[in-house]
Design a protein around this ligand. Structure first.
Ligand code: FAD
Length: 456
């Protein structure tokens, strides 16, 4: 690609057009996973939907790969590429709340911190991820699991409409009423169908919550997991809570002798009336002797930012994931075998409940197919030192190898690795063929192929 065509792109785009000749290039090409080190030909830091159209047209017309970057958190690094075009939405982060219709519009590069900060003052929220720096874009398009999903459904279940730039450069507003096939596919099908420049979400009353992490001794892990699966099955839907394996970080609420040791924990979020929080969490305090906890009333955005410090930019990431319909004794045994070997304080294993409002959406009503799953498990390997890549990746793979036969074939696309492309059909089960049809209708040339790819 010659200089004249980059000059032409610069004339057309309002946002910055960044190439290897620019001092901003090395910073601009970074994504959250530091293991990903790619060198795009050009990064278009889109300022608006018009710039997105310009970037999409430029990639298609020049036969270049196109990567779309929302929050940049995707573990396999689909938000960047070598030698192609990056449509970088990180400057498109505004959020506008309409309290009358109880909806919010978030631009395609917004993070959950942006959304929660905007909605909190209105006493409203929607399901987002548990870390505030994760992008609304990738998370919602893959499904969206978080503290509020038992009560409010997945993030994609709260999507009312989406502004989309398609592969041919058209701008469409997709909803249940218009382009309903595209709208169906966007809710779980990932970034396969176009660039979403704006998401419109339904909001629900949530302001302050009662919750936080509770740590128990690793010796009690079997009892905690067995108790958890009983408790969560009957718990009110305003209770978001998941078990985790975690090395205790050196935080003031954790006794110093526990720092650096692997623990089992539960992370809780009661979004019902605050005065009922203490009672709602009592079963969690009874699961085993509590060795440390940081639980209490707090603004929802405070819980959403509480663990950001454990996952700063610049770590190496390698993740694996599965759904389970039941957390069987066998699966618990596999966790007990591998979790004690957690190699880094940043790494974690989470078992998120998929139930309540998530189960009330029929499996074929959105692209997210695993409505019969009870839990989404993620083995999230995250560590600072590239020299330790081999050992950390091996820990994730060994863990996954023993858990996979005790799990469903498919997993949650947003928790998967780059080497999981062979599992795409399984991830979508009965919805896969319809996803292929929608892909053929909106992206027959597979311009949007840097994702867990549904091939036309
Ligand atoms: C620290 C951390 C915590 C996480 N916590 C959660 C969690 O609690 N719940 C959960 O469900 N997931 C969670 N995830 C997984 C997360 O959903 C995925 O990593 C997701 O891909 C992140 O989206 P992003 O926009 O930040 O990423 P990006 O890397 O920017 O994008 C990911 C994919 O989505 C596409 N994409 C992004 N934005 C758009 C857009 N506007 N239009 C079209 N395509 C787009 C990209 O092309 C790419 O294929 C977490 C990930 C990390 C690293």
């Amino acid at each position: 690609m010659g200089k004249p065509s980059i000059d032409h792109l610069r004339e057309r785009a309002y946002g910055a057009v960044i190439t290897a000749d620019d001092s901003a290039y090395d910073e601009a090409r970074k994504v959250h996973n530091a293991m990903i080190d790619r060198r795009p030909a050009v990064i278009v830091r889109c300022a608006n939907a018009g710039d997105v159209i310009t970037a999409v047209d430029f990639a298609r017309e020049n036969g270049l790969d196109l990567a779309v970057r929302g929050g940049g958190h995707c573990v396999p690094g689909f938000g960047t590429c070598d030698d192609g075009v990056v449509a970088d939405l990180s400057a498109m982060r505004s959020v506008r709340v309409d309290p009358g219709s109880r909806t919010a519009r978030a631009e395609g590069g917004a993070t959950w911190a942006d959304v929660n900060a905007a909605t909190y003052a209105f006493g409203l929220a929607t399901t987002g991820g548990i870390i505030s720096t994760t992008g609304v874009g990738g998370l919602t398009l893959g499904g969206g699991i978080g503290y509020l999903s038992r009560g409010l459904g997945l993030s994609c279940d709260n999507l009312v409409s989406a502004d989309v730039v398609t592969a041919d450069g058209r701008f469409l507003v997709a909803s249940e009423k218009e382009y309903d096939d595209l709208f169906w596919a966007l809710r779980g099908g990932g970034g396969n169908f176009g660039v979403v420049t704006s998401f419109r979400f339904r909001l629900s009353p949530v302001r302050d919550i009662y919750g936080g992490p509770i740590f128990y001794d690793l010796e009690d892990a079997r009892g905690v997991l067995h108790a958890y699966r009983e408790v969560i099955a009957d718990a009110p839907e305003q209770l978001g809570a998941f078990p985790a394996f975690q090395i205790a970080p050196p935080l003031p609420f954790i006794p110093p002798e526990r720092h650096g040791r692997v623990h089992v924990a539960t992370v809780t979020c009661w979004a019902g009336p605050l005065e009922e929080g203490e009672r709602a969490l009592r079963p969690f305090r009874d699961m085993a002797p509590v060795v440390a906890e940081h639980v209490g009333p707090m603004p929802y955005p405070a819980l959403n930012t509480a663990f950001d410090g454990l996952v700063p930019p610049g770590l190496q990431h390698y993740w694996k994931a599965n759904f389970v319909t039941e957390l069987t004794d066998g699966a618990v045994a596999a966790h007990l075998e591998h979790a004690p070997g957690l190699p880094a304080v940043n790494s974690t294993v989470h078992i998120y409940p998929i139930d309540g409002a998530c189960h009330r959406v029929p499996a074929d009503a959105t692209a997210f197919a695993y409505r019969d799953a009870s839990f989404a498990t993620v083995i999230a390997g995250m560590w600072p030192d590239p020299a330790a890549n081999e050992a950390n990746i091996a820990w994730v793979r060994d863990y996954y190898r023993d858990l996979a036969p005790l799990s469903e074939e498919g997993g949650y696309v947003n928790f998967m690795a780059g080497d999981d492309q062979g599992r795409i059909r399984a991830n979508y089960k009965g919805n896969y063929d319809r996803l292929v049809e929608v892909k053929r209708a909106y992206d027959p040339g597979n311009l949007f192929h840097l994702n867990q790819n549904i091939t036309p």
